[in-house]
Structures are given as structure tokens and as C-alpha cells.
Design a protein around this ligand. Sequence first.
Ligand code: GAP
Length: 444
Amino acid sequence: MADVMEKLVSLCKRKGFVFQSSEIYGGLNGCWDYGPLGVELLRNIKEAWWRAMTYREDVEGMDASILMHPRVWEASGHVDNFTDPLVDCRHCKARFREDYLTEAQRAAGQCPVCGQREVLTEARPFNMMFKTFVGPLEEESARVYLRPETAQGIFVNFLNVQTAMRQRLPFGIAQIGKAFRNEINTKNFLFRTREFEQMEMQFFVKPGTQDHWFEYWRGERWQWYRQIGLPERRLSWHQHVGDELAHYASAAVDVQYEFPFGWGEIEGIHNRGSFDLTQHERFSGKALRFFDEETREKVLPCVVETSIGASRTLMACLCEAYREEEVNGELRVVMRFHPRIAPLKVAVLPLVRRDGMPEIARRLVDRLRPHLPIFYDESGAIGRRYRRMDEVGTPFCVTIDSETLGNGSVTIRDRDTMAQDRVPLDGVLAEVERRIAAWQPPGE
Ligand code: GAP
């Protein structure tokens, strides 16, 4: 299975999905760059989330800055609690998280890298927030943090959004943005990185109703994964107990996806109670209460949070899409993305570079491009061009052939079934849109 990850990382580079950051300088660990197809895929995932979460009356969108007042992170508990247990190997100098050690390694003080026994230091808390300075002086009073979660930008703007939009409880605020964590160990490609994007929503509710809303958002979030093509059989819930609970949460469940290397969290749903707003009231000295017109009371809301990693979800979509198939004795690599998130929707291919076919194809591209991301390709045998499109997950290939010259019809080839149907040139857009809307994962 590790093999699949290797192939996927290689395909991502070759086809322009994901590149190692600063590769020509040897790379920067835990950071990745999205290429032309990767950025489109990521945008489509974020767009699907944004539509599902904010195109409704009770959730507003926002976009807070990455740098925030340093007191925010004292109030949120991140300065004191956002730590991982760090151990060093005295022999080979490797560093890793203590909670990644097996029981046997822990008991023997054995380094998982060099294998030496009784070489590990005591675990010490390592704060994962990146630090920098605001202004020219690098002194303690100028220190700020790169946000480790987007959520706090929402909490500190709770009343601004509520009053501006005249919202009443319950209502939510959603945002998508970068988060930074100085992870001790990065691993598994995009799964654990130091810079990543989160899509978070804080739902503010009347105290006493948070359990109901926790269950509601569990249901909503589970449904969403089907919209981006992740099947239920590869999703599961993981309930947090005891030490697993983050310092702010009284209840938490993860949505897990079955990656080639095993089950991994892609989303956390948390009951944060009134922890964050209480803390921000205390540290800022400003009331963050909702005035209930009906009861004439000021209410400190409780919060149900849905927090999903955009980059981790993208990686789940890449893993889900990757297939190797044998077709006529040859290997076909195909990325079976849900057409809604596929970076390219249609390839337009003139069968040959003569008889006016490229000109007809170009006119079709001009007509389709305002509506959909299109790829035009006239080089190489048609079979090879289909394979190239399969490898980047383009769901539909439209071919202009000799019949087009006679009756104005073209073929639409389906990526998954490889079946070809004829449609009139001016019916291509409607047919593609119909197929995108009707798409079901093969075999479901
Ligand atoms: N505001 C709550 C919060 O940040 P979290 O469980 O720490 O909760 C939420 O993070 C999601 O962010 C995770 O489910 C994961 O998808 C993503 N995430 C967290 N750390 C990450 C990392 N180092 N690399 C990539 N994604 C990460």
C-alpha cells in the first residue's frame, strides 16, 4: 500500500498537482506547492464546502487575518496547551513525538530511527505555534504567532458578524484559510504538514442546546463527503475519550478516511461549550454576549465547531480517485475524481490535424471555456490523448472526427466507462452539465 502513496506522489509531480516546496533548494520539510491541476482541485473542494456551509440563512462567511493580537493565543489556551511531547535520541539526534513510540520502544527507551536502546530523553512539551515579530524590532513585546487554527479569527469577530448581519442564535460563521503548525514530525505527503488550509465553522447556540446541534452537524458533515466523491465505506467516526480531547473541547468526534497507510482524521467536530468566548471576555475585558430580544437577556453562547483540513481532504480525494486498470492488455492509470471536483472537466480533441477539424475544435473550446475548465490537445494518437486525460481525471473527452464534418455531431467519451456517444456540437455543454449533475461513483 505504501507503493500506492509513492505512485501518487510521483503522479502528482509529473502531472502538475503537487510539488515539493522549494524543490530546487532541496525542499522544505512539511511544505508543499500546488501546481496548475492541484490548485484547481483544491479550489473545487473549497468551493463545494463553502457552498454547502454558507449558502444558507444561518451561516455567514468571513476571512480573518493570519496574524492576530498575541493575547488571542493566551486567551485561547494555545500558548500554554498547544504542545506535543518531544523526545530526542541522544545517539542519532533524531527528534520525534513521544506519543508516536510503541509501548515496547517507550519501555526500552529505544530510538525508532537508529534502534539503540536507553537513548531517549524525557518527553518535554514543545509548543507548535510558529513565532514571528511585528515591526522592525525583534523583541518580546513585538512577538506574534502564525495562527495554528482559523477558529480564533471567528471567535473574536463573533459580535461584529452578529450585529452586522442581524443574526440570532443559533447561527454560524465559516471561513477558509491557512493555518501553521510547527509539527515535530511531518509525514504521509499532505497528511501532516507545517502549513495547510482549514475550513472551519463555529456554530453559536443557546446554552443547553449544544448536544442537539452537535448531532445535527455530525449528520450534515457526513452527507457532504458524498458530494465530493468519498464513499461511506471508506469513512468512519472516531470518538475522542480522555486525553485525546483538545483543551477546549468537552466532546469531539473525528471523521476518518481510510488512506492507503491506514485510517486518518480528516475532520473534527467539537463541542467547545462557552470556553472560547468566556476566555476572550476575560482576556479582552469586552462582553461577547448576544442580546436576546425575546427574553431581554444577554446570553453567552455555546459553540459547536466543524473543522476540516482542505489539504488533507484533497489528499483523501487523490487517494480515492487513483486506480490502475488493465485495458486490452495495457495498464490504464485513471483518476476517478467526482466530476464536480475534477480539475479539468472536458478535453476537446480533433481526431487529426487537418480537414478543418482543429478549427471546429477551437470554436467549440471558445464556446465551452466561459463555463468550464477545458483542455485542448491535438498532439499524438487519439488513444494516447485519452490516456493522458484519464491520468489527470478529466471526466469527458469530446472528439471532432470525420462524421463531425458531415453531420455536425461529436463523440463524448466517458472517463469511467470509456463508452463513446454521439451528440450534436451545440449540445455538448448541456450534455456535459447533465452528466456532471447525474454522476455516481462506478459500482455504487
Ligand atoms: N479548530 C480546531 C482544530 O484546529 P484540529 O483537529 O487540530 O482542530 C482540524 O484540526 C483539522 O485540520 C484536522 O482534522 C485536519 O484535517 C487538519 N489538520 C490539522 N493539523 C494538520 C496538519 N499538520 N497538516 C494538515 N492538516 C492538518
